[in-house]
Write a protein that binds this ligand. Structure first.
Ligand code: SF4
Length: 226
């Protein structure tokens, strides 16, 4: 493990651990961690010699498998309740339900090679961009043509879209720092399939209550075993 990885992860762990302490949920700590992450990654891209090919309106990666932690799903629910109309929430949940129906009939490996439009993708833009999960934040590409080729040939796992290595290291380190702090604070740190978790979090308040008690947040959603 490189020094920069360790320093970044440790720094984020300390900041997040202090902000999670005594809080009922992780919303505020997670938003602050996302803000620090965005600053860190923007500076890292500025300093890097290789630049990402990602641009607004390019969304091939939003058809990949989407996964998130419990605190990320809970923050997304909050954001949607504050910023989406009731009709928009219904439309998102309908798209998630359609995806979930397919996901429950295929294996995790088949899911990796199946294009499914993310329920949050609206006009090729992420409709929850400020609170998108770390998994989405961490993805970038140096080759837009490779992204398009992967979208057109989802079963071809040999297509490499390329990443800026120094940025990817910092992104991973920061993410791990927050996740270690959440785990240390006794929070559910499991990874869930995004669609099935989104449906469950909007069904009632039980996921939030279980999260606050340090229990497994989702009982119906698919848990991702890594
Ligand atoms: S949450 Fe947003 S960034 Fe992530 S896959 Fe969905 S639309 Fe794309």
């Amino acid at each position: 493990m490189s020094d920069i990885f360790q320093t970044t992860a440790q720094h984020e762990y300390q900041r997040s651990a202090a902000q999670l302490k005594g809080s009922k949920d992780a919303n505020s700590a997670l938003e602050k961690s996302y803000a620090r992450y965005d600053n860190l990654i923007a500076t890292a891209f500025d300093d890097a010699t290789t630049k990402p090919a990602c641009k607004a309106g390019c969304a091939f990666c939003c058809y990949y498998k989407v996964e998130a932690r419990a605190h990320e799903i809970l923050l997304i629910k909050n954001y949607m309740n504050k910023n989406f109309s009731a009709e928009k929430i219904v439309a998102v949940l309908q798209q998630a339900a359609g995806n979930a129906e397919i996901i429950r009939t295929i294996t995790p490996e088949q899911h990796l090679t199946t294009n499914l439009k993310c329920a949050m993708l609206d006009n090729n833009q992420c409709s929850i961009y400020p609170v998108r999960p770390f998994r989405c934040r961490n993805f970038h590409s140096t080759d837009a043509l490779a992204c398009e080729a992967s979208f057109n040939n989802p079963a071809d796992m040999e297509i490499a879209t390329g990443m800026v290595e120094e940025v990817a290291i910092l992104a991973d380190a920061h993410t791990q720092g927050f996740e270690a702090a959440a785990e240390q604070a006794g929070r559910d740190n499991r990874i869930y399939d995004f669609n099935t978790a989104l449906l469950e979090v909007f069904a009632d308040d039980q996921p939030l209550k279980r999260y606050q008690r340090g229990k497994k947040t989702f009982q119906q959603a698919i848990e991702v075993i890594s």
